[in-house]
Design a protein. Structure first.
Length: 115
């Protein structure tokens, strides 16, 4: 099953599964992207931990999983946009596949979102 195509006023949630938004300039440096998505008619929201940054330019695994879950649980969110990809986002995979009570694979699988 494919997610529905985005429509005007749909919500796009920005999360940081790898590097923090802070590591790429924070809200100010990324305002043009936010402005462009808003101009296209989308509502842009941000994960609770998107600005959290540790010595690895990321947030704790639990915080990243919490933002991912929140984006899938919120029925208003129609698409998920990652701040950056790669590097340490693979840290989510062990918890994803083993499911130590952190990442709910079934919930993510059953709630389709554009990513």
């Amino acid at each position: 099953m494919m997610p529905k195509r985005l429509s005007k006023d749909d919500e796009i949630r920005v999360i940081a599964p790898s590097n923090s938004l802070q590591s790429v300039g924070g809200y100010v440096a990324n305002q043009p992207a936010n402005d462009r998505l808003s101009a296209l008619g989308y509502q842009v929201t941000f994960g609770q931990h998107v600005l959290v940054m540790d010595q690895f330019n990321s947030s704790p695994i639990e915080a990243r999983i919490a933002d991912l879950h929140a984006a899938f649980i919120d029925d208003n969110v129609k698409a998920i946009l990652a701040v950056t990809g790669g590097y340490n986002s693979n840290e989510l995979l062990p918890d994803w596949t083993v499911n130590h009570g952190q990442c709910d694979r079934g919930m993510v699988t059953n709630r389709r979102r554009l990513i």
